[in-house]
Design a protein around this ligand. Structure first.
Ligand SMILES: *Cc1c(COP(=O)(O)O)cnc(C)c1O
Length: 375
């Protein structure tokens, strides 16, 4: 182990908030205040009673409003985060055969999870090199298309559209864990837009949320009525039934719900997706133009159209080891800027979620200049 160089970044140029992790991500102080204010009649109370059910209803409504959900779409939620939702979808949403776009660790995981499921055909996997993105291919016999709005590990996002030539009745399932609430999309192009709230929604982990179309809900009902065995805790019909009553099948983390609600309502009060996506756009413009203008950095994602506006991946010159930069930043209270380990690049990864102030992204670039000059 080398020791961390003793570089003190002047307080005047540091970001006001030093949290840039891609998940768990920065929780707004206003979220913590809401938690503290509501705590006496909320935390430590029954999730079957009005105060918690009302908070769940606020969250479901705020998300529906933010996403401008078409008529008939419903916000469904359950416990276990996105990873557990993949298993629930393998039991309750995929009829027989799915297609998966694999362009990084997370987008690859759903396909891998489905590959081992005995009641499903082997999935079709369409892969692209990390830092690029593949396209869905409408194919006869595919009943579910698994897309990823934003690949968190590489900083690549994709536009959401129903694949041309897809079978009638096929569903578009989108992992939007690091996109939902930060990147514009047209909900009518999706059937199940699912995510966990510890990334864009600046909350805590453990919950999954999904905007479901009438077709997705009908598919869930049909499969539930079939003779397929479904583990009770992963049953999506149970989740739909409970969500309609603003509940979850089993006990949720109450703090997660209130933090997510506060963030969504803050976004909606300020103009909805235009406001939140606008903040992300601003941060991304700052980050990428900085990385392009320095001779020691390059945006990892070569095609500007593929670059995520919620998670930036920036390659550094080998003379500036990312591990050292991250250690110096951490010693100065700027945290979680490390790249995704398994990519194995000399890279920093910076979350630019709506809760993160675009001015703090600007300040971060000044701090990176300050550190780079001294290494
Ligand atoms: C973080 C992440 C996940 C995993 O979420 P968990 O809630 O930890 O299961 C899945 N997909 C994407 C795109 C993510 O960013």
């Amino acid at each position: 182990m080398t020791t961390t160089p003793d570089i003190q970044i002047p307080l005047e140029i540091r970001p006001k908030d030093g949290r840039f992790g891609a998940g768990p991500s920065k929780v707004r102080p206003e979220g913590i205040d809401a938690l503290v204010n509501e705590a006496p009649l909320y935390m430590g109370t029954s999730h079957r009673q009005a105060p918690v059910k009302f908070m769940v209803s606020r969250l479901r409504n705020a998300l529906a409003e933010m996403f401008v959900l078409p008529d008939g779409y419903e916000m469904v939620l359950g416990n276990g985060g996105t990873t557990v939702f993949w298993d629930a979808a393998s039991f309750g949403l995929i009829d027989n055969k799915s297609q998966h776009l694999d362009f990084g660790e997370f987008s690859g995981k759903f396909g891998k999870a489905v590959s081992g499921v005995p009641h499903l055909d082997d999935p079709q996997i369409i892969a692209a090199e990390p830092g690029t993105r593949p396209e869905a291919v409408g194919t006869a016999g595919i009943d579910s298309y698994a897309l990823t709005h934003n690949e968190t590990t590489t900083g690549v996002s994709m536009p959401l559209a129903r694949p041309e030539g897809a079978d009638d009745g096929s569903l578009v399932l989108v992992d939007a864990t690091s996109g939902a609430g930060g990147i514009r999309f047209d909900a009518s192009q999706t059937d199940c837009y699912y995510f966990a709230p510890q990334k864009v929604l600046g909350s805590d982990g453990g919950l999954w949320l999904a905007a479901m179309s009438p077709a997705a809900i009908a598919r869930i009902e049909k499969i539930d009525a079939s003779d397929r065995w479904i583990p009770p805790s992963l049953n999506l019909q149970t989740a739909v039934d409970n969500s309609r009553k603003d509940q979850t099948n089993n006990t949720p983390a109450l703090a997660t719900i209130i933090l997510a609600t506060e963030l969504c309502e803050w976004i909606n009060h300020n103009g909805g997706m235009e406001f939140s996506a606008g903040r992300c756009d601003k941060s991304a413009a700052t980050m990428y133009s900085w990385a392009e203008s320095r001779d020691f950095t390059t945006p990892f994602v070569a095609n500007p159209e593929h670059r995520s506006t919620t998670v930036a991946t920036i390659d550094f010159d080998d003379a500036l080891p990312a591990d050292t930069i991250n250690a110096v930043l951490r010693a100065n209270d700027i945290v979680d800027t490390n790249g995704y380990r398994k990519l194995g690049r000399n890279q920093l990864r910076i979350a630019m979620f709506p809760a993160i102030d675009p001015e703090d992204i600007e300040a971060l670039t000044a701090c990176l200049d300050y550190v780079a000059e001294r290494l």
